[in-house]
Design a protein around this ligand. Structure first.
Ligand SMILES: Cc1cc2nc3c(=O)[nH]c(=O)nc-3n(C[C@H](O)[C@H](O)[C@H](O)COP(=O)(O)O)c2cc1C
Length: 143
């Protein structure tokens, strides 16, 4: 799902965000069953009733993977406009063979990710992960 050698600062941001996200869902970092609980929540699509699966033709390169990300962002914004929420889940790629059998994906397609879709559960505090400061992630040139 991720580069084998994920280096700093990416690995640190990833770890911080995962810690915040799963703590908010009631899973502590030192919980011995953490990975199993995380996998279970993910495979239940966090309770969402619908999962969209986004595929690309295997011949596509990095530019087109970027296009797919932009496309999905638009889908997610349109879902918000309809009052729905969503959560991209790259973890489905770990089970890509099974997912492809279930959805009947043609040979030659590569699973990018799933997107869980549903209405927000009322009364549950919003789970928002932190963001690195813009000055850390963006270089403004000539300003
Ligand atoms: C392409 C992509 C794949 C992701 N895959 C997963 C995943 O498999 N499991 C997971 O718990 N979060 C995953 N995330 C993170 C969440 O979907 C979400 O973006 C993150 O928790 C931030 O949520 P927030 O914007 O509500 O703070 C993924 C995010 C992206 C953009």
């Amino acid at each position: 799902m991720y580069p084998a050698e994920l280096t700093s600062p990416y690995v640190d941001r990833f770890s911080t965000a995962a810690g915040q996200r799963y703590k908010a869902l009631g899973i502590e970092r030192d919980d011995p069953d953490r990975s199993m609980k995380v996998a279970a929540l993910n495979s239940e699509a966090f309770g969402a009733p619908v999962v969209l699966f986004c595929y690309l033709d295997q011949t596509m390169g990095p530019g087109q993977w970027g296009d797919a990300g932009m496309h999905l962002q638009t889908v997610m914004l349109l879902l918000r406009a309809e009052g729905l929420h969503s959560c991209p889940q790259v973890m489905w790629t770990m089970y890509r063979k099974t997912v492809s059998q279930v959805v009947g994906a043609d040979d030659g397609l590569e699973l990018f990710c799933g997107v869980a879709v549903g209405f927000e559960k009322e009364g549950v505090p919003p789970l928002r992960t932190g963001r690195a400061d813009m000055t850390e992630t963006i270089s403004f040139i000539g300003m």
